[in-house]
Design a protein. Structure first.
Length: 148
């Protein structure tokens, strides 16, 4: 992971965050209204136990990845869980350890608060991400459902 720097998002990262976030959404063939961009960015800097947080990955000084994560309570534990909601690495930086470094940064940050359950999901067709996830984490076997 030489040359990779992972750090919390800063206000000055807005343009790079927006570029990476837009590429991430495009990967999932999603377009969000401008007000969602603005509110998400605002929430990333709003203090609060359950507000989202983010890291940005720099490779040789260039922003090449991001992750957003948040904490939530659980009926199964006295401490919060950490949901790694979004993870994206610029296609040109894939295979260089960016995704693994972002995941590790979230794990370490969660551990500071005693949180050991860091989890996420991905689409079953996302083979590139799944190769990484199969390497750095265990697959739980749970299947997601949602109500439309």
């Amino acid at each position: 992971m030489t040359g990779i720097i992972i750090r919390p998002l800063e206000q000055s990262d807005h343009a790079e965050w927006r570029r990476l976030w837009t590429d991430y959404l495009a990967f999932y063939e999603t377009v969000l209204p401008e007000e969602v961009y603005a509110k998400t960015w605002e929430r990333l800097f709003t203090p609060g136990e359950f507000e989202p947080n983010g890291f940005i990955a720099l490779l040789d000084g260039k922003a090449v990845g991001l992750t957003l994560y948040l904490y939530h309570r659980s009926g199964w534990s006295l401490v919060n869980n950490c949901y790694l909601q979004d993870l994206f690495s610029d296609p040109a930086a894939r295979g260089k350890g960016v995704g693994a470094a972002l995941i590790e940064a979230v794990r370490q940050e969660a551990a500071k608060g005693g949180v050991t359950n860091v989890y996420w999901m991905t689409h079953e067709t996302n083979a590139t991400a799944r190769r990484l996830y199969d390497h750095v984490a265990r697959r739980t076997g749970f299947i997601e459902y949602d109500l439309l």
